[in-house]
Design a protein around this ligand. Structure first.
Ligand code: 26Q
Length: 823
């Protein structure tokens, strides 16, 4: 081992307080050229981050040696999005040096919390899918699974959201502005990516066909590595690609002496990794988005092939050493790209290349929404990736010949085709991913079932063994141990610390659920977290909330199917009740919302305005604001999430059944002792099964009932006209009090609900309002509430991302953990 070689200095990377203090001051001095008296808070933060990064890299290098020694099979995770959240706190947790560092800094008159607060998180994703990828990295590292994650180093991540005059206003996320101490550039790990041009087919003397792609532009991808540390374990690398112009880009222009045009071209080629698309739905076939996808896939596959060849292995056995997981269809062009690399660059025969390809990839689907399924226009592919289009056509024609042999109808065959030519011809990326993978999974039991019954039903009939489920999970290290240290300490006091690596151990809490003293301590911790949340709410919005209030939270991207506006209708019903009769027995409640709307999603932005308008009305009405408060937390992020979940009493998971693939916020809330009011959608179904139906507030139609309702003809107007109270609530959307005299303000919401209501808010309204009454009844019995809260946490073991990753390893990847030898 390199670590034991004589004469190899590996420096002082000890974990003791004194070691860290020395390194920290050395970083400040030698890496930043500063001494403490002139250093800024950011200088101190960077010095601490670099100090910790050294320790993390040491673990990483050590584990690489081990992987090489065991010649282990590994996973490459391909995702266009990651949301790691702040690194510093998590690394301190996983190194188990939080308190030592706190003391070391205190001895230097520095405050750890202030330094933690300096970190700007990488917002390299939209929401659930990106955060899931990061939870999985945490578990891969903790479990010691040989793995690497690939993605895009967006210079600007998800936009920053401000609320101005009640509306969402977007600005650019300059996350790299103060420097990024967690990443290391790897200039030597770089690949060329080609675009455009045409292909030429020629036959050699043996009549063998050779196809050559003559692209018309090229870009270089450069690797930036960020180590992600597991708990008491090793680190894995997040490798993000940045686009740069190649040296030859400007050759012609320079010869002509047109310096300016050359630089302009350089800038244009570097556009590719400039900015994350802020839609969490596939709204438009934007060329730049396809370029981003192909760019990172092409670099990642070349890197994987490099690793395979570096280890002296043949590409014919790529699938034996690597499995590549596709996080949704965003990287699914990889199926065609791996074929191209194997055929054109490495000269394998089609059959051999196809065998390798379809045994290498596995595909995770994250949505059933037809409008969110990725489709790329054939014309766009022809212009940008002509060789890939040919390969896709070839895959398709072989696939269609294959299914013709089975008993599929003509209709089924055209439904299954990779090419949709009913209108403008497009390629169905979910079909490409399904055909090119050895496994396809959904992200909750319900979702995986629906996937096989609806979106991919013909494929499931053809290849039933290809389909499986892996229910999502979240890392309880970040979302409980790190973000809720008081609850974590209380839990460890009762059942020890094993739950940090085996979340099932939480089950041990069940036997204390009836203990008076434990319940009291439990609710004291919750109250402390609520005070903390209330302080931040005051700081961020100016709104005062009493921490004794029931804190009722819905944080997630704004979407009609998630039904934030159903919550608004409920709030308005309470408001109208109080206005009519001040002596209702509604418990004091703070309604907290947070989440971003895609900048082009008209209705979602209206819903934000609706929430803030209802907030302005209620928060400023002295007849109501002792009982109700409504808050919209701007710029929801991982950092804010870590503050919100611990302080929540009630978790709103109220999407229309059949629409939310899984949800992962639902798990994070329950893990922090919030009770859930929710529908039978996504992973809510499994959460309810685990915690017990008596500990879950259920309402609304089931998926089947939704289907039936739609089939029989749904008439929201009828519900509106027959439900007196609901009618008053809905009409209030058009009232001057709410709209300030602008009748157009919420008309789009009102009209949509009365006439279409595609997500059945009116249908589910009464059952929701009734269930909320039940919530209030339980809330007024604090002992019962505490008991339910404890039982929720005690039964969250299944929703650890460690369990999800074990499932992936067993059901899909056939990869095993590598045991780390201690140094
Ligand atoms: C696609 C093409 C073009 C532009 C953007 C996109 C795009 C980007 C992001 C499409 C979708 C997303 C993100 C989807 C997402 O976050 N889905 C959520 O994934 C979670 C993890 O599995 C689930 O828990 C949620 O239910 C699901 O909505």
């Amino acid at each position: 081992s390199y670590f034991t070689k004589p004469g190899v200095g590996i420096g002082n990377v000890g974990l003791s307080k004194e070691d860290i203090k020395t390194s920290f001051l050395e970083k400040l001095f030698y890496s930043l050229g500063r001494i403490p008296v002139v250093a800024t808070q950011n200088d101190f933060y960077i010095s601490l981050a670099l100090t910790i990064r050294d320790r993390v890299f040491r673990k990483y290098v050590k584990s690489l040696e081990q992987y090489a020694e065991e010649d282990a099979r590994g996973v490459a995770y391909l995702s266009a999005e990651y949301l790691p959240g702040p690194h510093l706190g998590n690394n301190l947790l996983n190194l188990e040096i939080m308190e030592e560092i706190r003391e070391a800094l205190a001895e230097l008159s520095l405050d750890l919390d202030e330094l933690l607060n300096e970190e700007v998180e990488p917002g390299l994703g939209n929401g659930g899918l990106g955060r899931l990828a990061s939870c999985y990295m945490d578990s891969l590292a903790t479990l010691g699974i040989p793995s690497i994650a690939y993605g895009i180093r967006y210079e600007f991540g998800i936009f920053k959201q401000e609320i101005q005059n009640g509306w969402q206003v977007e600005s650019t996320d300059k996350w790299l502005h103060n420097g990024n101490p967690w990443e290391v550039i790897r200039p030597e790990i770089s690949f060329i990516v080609n675009f455009g041009g045409h292909t030429k087919h020629r036959r050699d003397d043996d009549n063998k066909l050779h196809i050559e792609w003559f692209p018309d532009s090229e870009i270089k991808g450069i690797a930036y590595d960020t180590p992600i540390l597991g708990y008491q374990s090793t680190a894995i690398i997040l490798r993000l690609w940045k686009a740069e112009a190649t040296e030859s880009f400007d050759f012609a222009a320079y010869n002509l002496g047109d310096y300016y045009r050359a630089v302009e071209k350089k800038m244009r080629s570097e556009n590719i990794t400039k900015v994350l698309y802020p839609n969490d739905e596939n709204l438009s076939g934007k060329e730049l988005r396809l370029k981003q996808q192909y760019f990172f896939v092409c670099c990642s596959l070349q890197d994987i092939i490099r690793l395979q060849l570096l280890q002296g292995r043949k590409l014919e056995t790529l699938h034996e050493k690597f499995t590549i997981q596709l996080n949704d269809t965003h990287p699914s062009i990889a199926v065609a790209e791996l074929m191209r690399l194997l055929l054109d660059e490495h000269h394998l025969e089609w059959e051999e290349a196809w065998k390798v390809t379809k045994n290498t990839f596995a595909y995770t689907n994250h949505t059933l929404l037809p409008e969110a399924l990725e489709k790329w226009p054939v014309s766009l592919l022809r212009n940008l990736l002509p060789r890939h289009l040919e390969i896709i056509y070839e895959i398709n024609s072989r696939f269609i010949s294959e299914i013709r042999e089975h008993d599929f109808t003509g209709e089924q065959i055209s439904r299954m085709s990779l090419v949709d030519d009913r209108g403008e011809p497009t390629i169905r990326m979910a079909h490409l991913a399904t055909v090119g993978s050895y496994k396809v999974n959904g992200v909750s039991a319900l979702h995986s079932g629906l996937l096989q019954e609806q979106v991919l039903q013909d494929f499931a009939q053809l290849w039933p063994e290809k389909f499986t489920n892996v229910t999502n999970g979240v890392t309880h290290r970040r979302f409980l141990a790190l973000s809720n240290p008081r609850l974590a300490a209380l839990i460890s006091e009762k059942i020890g610390k094993d739950w940090l690596t085996h979340l099932d151990k939480l089950k041990g809490l069940e036997s204390f659920a009836d203990e008076e003293d434990f319940r009291r301590k439990w609710m004291e911790v919750k109250l402390h977290n609520k005070k903390n949340l209330a302080n931040h709410i005051k700081e961020l919005t100016g709104i005062t909330i009493n921490p004794e209030m029931l804190i009722d939270v819905q944080v997630k991207r704004i979407h009609e199917y998630k039904r934030q506006h159903l919550k608004v209708l409920h709030i308005l019903s309470l408001y109208l009740r109080i206005k009519k009769d001040k002596d209702t027995n509604i418990p004091p409640t703070a309604f907290v919302f947070g989440g971003k709307a895609a900048p082009g999603y008209f209705m979602a932005k209206r819903i934000i305005k609706l929430i803030t308008a209802v907030g302005d009305l209620i928060n400023n009405d002295p007849e109501v604001n002792e009982i109700l408060k409504v808050v919209f937390l701007p710029n929801f992020s991982v950092k804010l999430a870590q503050l919100v979940y611990p302080g929540a009493d009630l978790s709103e998971q109220i999407s229309m059944a059949g629409k939310e693939a899984s949800g992962t916020g639902n798990m994070k809330f329950a893990l922090n002792g919030a009770l859930t009011v929710g529908t039978l959608d996504g992973a809510n179904v499994e959460i309810r099964e685990e915690v017990g139906e008596e500990n879950f507030f259920l309402f609304g139609l089931t998926t089947k009932e939704v289907e039936n309702k739609k089939a029989e003809g749904y008439h929201p107007y009828k519900i509106y006209s027959e439900n007196e109270k609901l009618k008053r609530v809905l009409d209030f959307l058009m009232s001057d009090e709410l709209t300030n005299g602008d009748p157009e303000l919420f008309r789009p919401v009102y009209d949509n609900l009365l006439n279409q209501d595609p997500y059945l808010l009116l249908e589910d309204y009464q059952s929701y309002v009734d269930q909320m009454e039940n919530v209030y009844k339980v809330w007024q019995d604090p002992g019962k509430w505490a008991r339910m809260s404890i039982l929720n946490v005690a039964n969250m073991g299944r929703f650890s991302s460690d369990r999800s990753i074990r499932d992936y390893c067993e059901k899909i990847w056939k990869v095993e953990a590598v045991k780390m030898q201690s140094e």
